[in-house]
Every structure is written in C-alpha cells, then in structure tokens.
Design a protein around this ligand. Structure first.
Ligand SMILES: Cc1cc2nc3c(=O)[nH]c(=O)nc-3n(C[C@H](O)[C@H](O)[C@H](O)COP(=O)(O)OP(=O)(O)OC[C@H]3O[C@@H](n4cnc5c(N)ncnc54)[C@H](O)[C@@H]3O)c2cc1C
Length: 441
C-alpha cells in the first residue's frame, strides 16, 4: 500500500509527488498518456530545436516557478520585444506601434482606456481566496462579451479588448462569465501581469523547453505512464484506484491532479457528492490552438519589427517572437482564437495547418520553413486549454468545492489555485496546497 497515489502526471501532479517524497512519503504518479507533462509538451524539430506546444513562459511575479527553475538548475531567456509591433485591423490595414497599447484613433483610444479602467476597478470586488462569495451577483450572471458590448462605444476598442481577453483566457468572451474574467486577472495580481510581455506573464521563455521541468522532477518520483485511471473507490482512510489496463493500486490518500472537467470521466465509488459532480460538468476547458512557426532567421528584425503582432481578423490573433537569444533560427509563437479558429477545429489537421500557413505567409510575405499547430481541444485526457473556466453560474453554484478536500481525496491542478489559475505557477501552488491540506485534515 502506498501513502499517496497521484492521479495525473502534469506539472502539478509530479510536483505534488516531488514534495511528498521530500517529506519521506511513498507516492506513485499515474498518468493516462504515454508521456508526462500534460499541458507542458515540448517536441523537437529534426534539427533538435525545441517546440513548446503547451506552456512555455514564466513572468517575474511567478515566484514559485522561478524558484523551482533555479532549484532544478534550469534557465530562461527574455522574450525579444525590440522594434515596432504590428496591429492588423479588421479590414486588413496594418499599423505599427510601440508599447502595450496600439495607436488607435483618439476616440477608440479613450474608449479602450476607460473600459480597461472600469475592468480594473471591478477586479477589487473578487476575493481570490474565496471567489464563490459573489459580492456583485449581476457580474456573475453575465458573460464577458455582454459586459464588453455594454461598455465600449467603438468597435475597435471592443474588438481589441475581446481579442486580448480571448487570447489570455483561451476561450471566447461569449463563453466566460465577467466574474471569472475578473477573478482570473485578480488571481494574477493585475491585468497588466496577465497581458504584458515585458514585466508580465510572457516575459521569459523556459529553456530548453518547458517539458524539461517535469522531466527533471520526474527523476525523483516513481510514476507509471499509459495508466488512465477509470475508477476510484474511497473511504475515509483508504483509496483504491483502478486503471484501464486493469491494474489496481491502494493508498492512504490520493491527490487528483487533473482538470475538473476530466473528473467526470472517472467512476467514483461512492459517487462524488452533488456539487463535486456538478463541477465536473460546469467547468469546461478553453479551446486554444497554438501555432509555432520556424524561419531561417528572425528576418522581421531587419525591417524594424519586434515580431509581436495583434490581429483583429483571421484565426491567428497574436504572435510573439520566441527566437533563441543567439538567433540561430527565427521562431514565432501564435495563438488561434475567435470564430475562425473555432471553425478550423472542424476540419482535418492538415487543412487547419494549411490555413495557419496561409495566414502567416500573407502577413510576412514569406512562408514558414516549418509549422507546428496544436489544437488542445483534441487532447483526450485534458480536453482543451489553456485551462478550465466558469461560464455564468459556475463560481456561484460550484466554486465552493473547487479547492475543498474530500478526505482521503485532495485536489491539485492549476484550476484549483487561488493565484495564477491557468498557469504553471497556479499548478505549483495547487500542488503545494494539496500537500499541505493532507497534513491539516
Ligand atoms: C497552448 C498553451 C499555452 C500555455 N502557455 C503557458 C505559458 O506560457 N505559461 C504558463 O505558465 N502556463 C501556460 N499554459 C498553461 C499551463 O501549461 C498549465 O496551467 C499547466 O501545465 C497545467 O498543469 P496541470 O498539471 O495542472 O494540468 P495538466 O498539464 O493538464 O496535467 C493533468 C494530467 O492528468 C492526466 N490525466 C487526465 N485524466 C487522467 C486520468 N483519468 N488518469 C490518469 N491521468 C489523467 C492528463 O493526461 C495530464 O497529463 C499554457 C497552456 C496551453 C494549453
């Protein structure tokens, strides 16, 4: 019998196991897929260049992650932002700009500034430790899109806000509650921490690729891959876990480190209490598509461009220069959101890649040498990305059980974190909380 079984071998599950091992417990991680890492997924080009198809950046506020990177002897480099950024307007026009806010007509600029100010002011109403206490019920009952429609007078400001928020949240403003968007920004400390590159969540890229975090931790942790957990039987002092292969494992307690939506796929005995079952149905995953393009060199720098692009049309809505510091090759990382990106989820992977290839070629006038497109909605044991979010009613009706242990079951995974939910930092904090909670209960 193990002390603890960890269900899910993403960074949160593996880090929880690492912490428990440090405390002398006997633990085993069970991972459904044939690789550890979950939403951290680094593949390599034939030349050996890393391609992060999932998480990749760390920001200066993400202290747990920065400390872990240092402890494991890993590194990171700043996201290059020198030069002019580009804004592609809905009708196709292109504007150059510097700083974080594009050069808009003054009416749209004032409109955007006031809208952002009102959003920031509203964030104060949400308590990140207990966002299920809804102090402003109407904000929890409407979507972010409804709020944005009522706030912005100009189409340009509204489009910029909606595109920015969709890229940050990984879901559409029509899908998520205003309350959740406010919580998300509050859980990161500020809106700027979320959206900024320099000084924000996109500041540094983990080297050589983010999967190395999990691979390094896994050297100290027993784990089994290709072990989808299908049944969990529990009583106050014992857990029995059965996998698809038919193996069973017993432990004194378990940490469930999978997205809440994935808990609905497990057969629980006894059944989970009502709100926990509802949570499994009411926290869908985002539907981000990540696009990584390789070029012989970062040629955009020759023209004075930073490589950072915001597009208000098409499927690919943002781009960042993620080329290595020595510029041995050029690499742009982009995100597909919006109606067209969603429509592309209905076509074959080849047709989808073809579309992104065309958008990039149209933008730069030259096709990428290699292109990687990862639609996270197609991931069988994760279901989407960046993470789970709450539509209206979610925080109000299910939020209170999101982080509440059900001994001998404890919850980890980025969705369970009060800080930096949706990020690697949140996954680490949730793992630490799950480990601390066990010793409390
Ligand atoms: C495209 C993309 C870009 C991102 N960019 C960034 C970024 O730059 N910076 C950042 O900080 N964050 C980023 N994120 C978010 C970050 O990757 C995640 O927050 C983090 O990796 C989540 O880790 P986790 O362990 O909580 O969950 P996961 O990584 O989802 O791990 C859960 C694991 O559980 C396994 N599992 C599920 N069901 C079962 C089962 N029944 N039995 C056994 N195993 C099961 C899954 O296979 C998975 O491996 C990004 C995410 C995506 C998708």
């Amino acid at each position: 019998m193990w002390d603890a079984l960890i269900v899910g071998g993403g960074i949160s599950g593996v880090y929880a196991a690492y912490l428990l091992r440090e405390k002398g417990y006997r633990v085993l991680v069970l991972e459904a897929q044939s690789r550890l890492g979950g939403r951290l997924y680094t593949v390599y080009t034939p030349e050996g260049w890393p391609v992060d198809l999932g998480g990749q950046w760390v920001g200066p506020q993400q202290t747990h992650l920065l400390r872990l990177i240092e402890k494991l002897g890993l590194g990171f480099y700043p996201t290059p932002m020198q030069g002019d950024h580009l804004l592609v307007l809905p009708e196709g026009g292109i504007q150059r700009y510097k700083g974080s806010i594009p050069k808009l007509p003054w009416l749209a600029l004032v409109d955007l500034g006031w809208g952002l100010h009102r959003f920031r002011a509203k964030m104060k109403a949400v308590h990140p430790q207990a966002p299920w206490h809804i102090t402003e019920p109407t904000w929890e009952a409407i979507t972010l899109a409804e709020w944005s429609r009522s706030q912005f007078r100009t189409i340009l400001a509204r489009e910029l806000f909606n595109t920015g928020m969709a890229t940050v949240l990984g879901c559409e403003p029509e899908e998520v509650s205003l309350w959740h968007a406010l919580f998300y920004a509050r859980s990161a400390g500020s809106l700027e921490a979320l959206i900024e590159t320099e000084g924000g969540a996109q500041a540094y890229k983990i080297t050589p690729g983010a999967s190395v975090l999990v691979e390094t931790l896994a050297q100290f942790v027993p784990y089994q891959i290709d072990q989808p957990v299908i049944q969990i039987t529990y009583c106050p002092d014992k857990v029995e876990v059965r996998t698809l292969r038919g193996d069973t494992f017993q432990a004194r307690w378990a940490i469930i480190a999978i997205p809440p939506a994935m808990t609905a796929r497990i057969h629980w005995s006894p059944p989970l209490p009502p709100l926990y079952q509802q949570l499994g149905q009411r926290m869908p995953m985002g539907a981000i598509t990540k696009v990584v393009a390789f070029y012989e060199r970062p040629f955009w720098r020759d023209k004075g461009y930073s490589g950072h692009v915001v597009k208000l049309a098409g499927a690919l809505r943002t781009l960042f220069d993620t080329s290595p510091p020595n510029a041995t090759y050029g690499q742009l990382t982009g995100f597909g959101v919006g109606a067209l990106a969603r429509a592309l989820l209905t076509v074959s992977p080849e047709a989808r890649t073809d579309h992104y290839q065309q958008e990039l070629t149209k933008l730069w006038g030259t096709p990428p040498q290699r292109l990687y497109v990862q639609a996270w909605s197609g991931e069988p044991f994760i279901g989407g990305g960046y993470g789970g979010y709450f539509p209206p009613g979610g925080w109000r009706f299910c939020g209170q059980v999101l982080r509440k242990p059900l001994p001998p079951l404890y919850w980890a995974g980025t969705e369970r974190s009060p800080a930096w939910m949706g990020y690697i930092e949140g996954a680490l904090i949730a793992a630490q909380n799950a480990v601390e909670n066990y010793t409390k209960y």
